[in-house]
Design a protein around this ligand. Sequence first.
Ligand code: ATP
Ligand code: MG
Length: 338
Amino acid sequence: MAKLLEIKDLRTYFHVDEGTVKAVDGVSISIDRQQTVGIVGESGCGKTITAQSILQIMPHPGRIEGGQILYYPDPDGEPVDLAALSPRGRKLRAMRGNEIAFIFQEPMSALSPIHTIGNQIMEALMIHNDGMSQSEARQKALAMLESVGMPNPEQRIDEYTFQLSGGMRQRAMIAMSLACSPKLLIADEPTTAIDVTLQAQILELLKRLKDEQGMSVLIITHDLAVVAEMADEVVVMYLGKVVERGSVKDVYKNPSHPYTRALLDSIPRVGQERRKFLTAIKGTVPDPYSIPKGCEFQPRCEHAMEGLCEVRKPEYAEISPGHIARCFLYTHNESEVG
Ligand SMILES: Nc1ncnc2c1ncn2[C@@H]1O[C@H](COP(=O)(O)OP(=O)(O)OP(=O)(O)O)[C@@H](O)[C@H]1O
Ligand SMILES: [Mg+2]
């Protein structure tokens, strides 16, 4: 299928007094048209900063220091390198919300407390559609609230966020982010803050809207079950790097990086009490200012090979076509270990 976005060797760093945080350190991810890609990994591995780098909305002093973010507005046309655009320039501003929309974990950060949700959606619609009248925009906003499953849309359209429940706010934010018919929807932990029943409903909603609107979706989550449910492709990140990537089918059937295996082992089974995320993996994520030498995962890895993994950085190995893992288990010669 035709490519929509191709992130190539992206590096986004924070230079702070304590040192340099390489939040995103050579990440490559590709998203096809109408495809859903999931990014998973422990807290702090760089999921959010990767996604925010696409629109250059990462917090200060984060900066893109290398790589490309190629966006293909037309399937057969030339790409635009979003990483090369000025963060405050007109071109990137036009991308935000128009071509690429973001939904956040916390809807209140995206919605205004002083305007009704109807007015906010209408304004987004009218900015996006030149010449759309007030009454047309209201009709469309109402239809959108209906399509995201807002209960009582005729009443809710004139309400403020404080009058809505958490689930309704989530739906209002999704309606608003879709007002401009984006080609890519980025959903950063869209269901972490809400209860389980509602989670399932919001995920179903995202799936349906994706199909109806023909969008691509980049979904970020801690939860491998969510990725399995939603995504075509999965990207596993550890300390700013992609450690494994491939189709959901291949990666779940044949998880190849020891980190991915540990992640999968830590998924609670039915009937088992939900374990705290990743208690199955020994040790903790290292401090971002003192990244281990050699493979970043080696201090926690059950398969670490002495004389190799703590010395050199691994390269990507192809496990099967389109499925890669960054691990010496697949690239070393016996002579190197010892
Ligand atoms: N403003 C900042 N200044 C310095 N470092 C930052 C800043 N914001 C993020 N970072 C660092 O960037 C790294 C990646 O953070 P990021 O928010 O992308 O992680 P994440 O994978 O989204 O985690 P979570 O699952 O907790 O949301 C972390 O080491 C974090 O400490
Ligand atoms: Mg995050």
